[in-house]
Design a protein around this ligand. Structure first.
Ligand SMILES: *[C@@H]1O[C@H](CO)[C@@H](O)[C@H](O)[C@H]1NC(C)=O
Length: 190
């Protein structure tokens, strides 16, 4: 096994353990001081565009009893987990390309490698968001959201320079999901 392969192996392992940690974080019902509202209200409040509203309704589609009021933490948590899962899939796709696609140009290889690194930061930050929301501990959340967004945007800035990349659309979706997560987090007054 060469160095690149071992590095990729470690990153895959890191991604899986992060996912496991997040799954064990538990569900919040309410946090002190958090506002309560319906899914519809949360999405109306946080979405400036129809596209963002649709993404919001989709992201919160799994919230049980959506017509009732819920603590906004529930929505922020669902969106953060959704963003994290989406980012996981993108890193998986990047690693897949790096590992198995021998037709990648040097430029593509460099960009995907940068993305895997940037997403390690992004996922760590979004993992912090999930854990803090689950613990009703909102300190430093704004920075975590921002670091999560910046990691995804750093990858986007590399991929956007490529002639055509199957990763580009995935990264844009991740960017929107991370943005939505932040907007929903702002309902908590962070
Ligand atoms: C492998 O990479 C090349 C160059 O980017 C691309 O055209 C091709 O679609 C990729 N193959 C697969 C199976 O993704």
């Amino acid at each position: 096994m060469n160095t690149t392969m071992s590095l990729l192996g470690l990153l895959v392992l890191a991604a899986f353990s992060l996912a496991a940690a997040v799954t064990n974080a538990g569900e919040v019902k309410s946090c002190p001081g958090a506002p309560s509202m319906t899914v519809e209200t949360a999405c109306r409040k946080t979405s400036g565009t129809q596209a963002m509203y649709d993404l919001c309704k989709d992201a919160l589609g799994g919230v049980p009893d959506p017509l009732s009021d819920h603590d906004a933490t529930v929505y922020a948590l669902a969106a953060a987990k959704g963003a994290l899962a989406s980012e996981d899939a993108t890193v998986g796709a990047a690693i897949q390309l790096l590992t198995y696609n021998r037709s990648l140009s040097g430029e593509e290889r460099d960009a995907y490698q940068e993305c895997v690194e940037a997403y390690t930061t992004a996922e760590h930050a979004m993992g912090n968001v999930v854990n803090k929301l689950a613990a009703c501990s909102f300190g430093g959340l704004a920075d975590d959201y921002m670091n999560g967004l910046l990691g995804v945007e750093s990858c986007r800035d590399h991929v956007i320079k490529l002639p055509a990349s199957p990763l580009y659309a995935m990264v844009l979706v991740d960017r929107n999901k991370a943005g939505l997560a932040l907007f929903l987090g702002k309902l908590l007054g962070i």
